[in-house]
Ligand binder design. Structure first.
Ligand SMILES: [Zn+2]
Length: 82
């Protein structure tokens, strides 16, 4: 099964979106990468000391929300919905 990030990159590379929209969505993808351990590099609740973050699994809600913009396209997995 295709993972959300791979599928979303394919949608953005498909030239269906205006260039500025695709560029903004690629930037969001870049900010919300997998850190290699399955956690989002951007998301996480701040703790009281403001240095530690509670890890958030990928794909995070930000990427799920982004993918929902393309939910009508083939290959979208309903399991990615928020
Ligand atoms: Zn994230």
């Amino acid at each position: 099964m295709t993972d959300l990030v791979t599928w979303l990159r394919t949608q953005l590379d498909g030239d269906h979106e205006p260039g500025t929209v695709a560029a903004a969505h690629r930037a969001i993808l870049e900010m919300h990468r997998d850190d290699g351990l399955g956690w989002c590099t951007s998301c996480g609740d701040m703790t009281l000391d403001d240095h530690d973050r509670a890890p958030v699994e990928t794909p995070c809600d930000t990427l799920r929300a982004l993918a929902s913009a393309y939910a009508g396209r083939p290959g979208y997995n309903p399991g990615w919905a928020l």
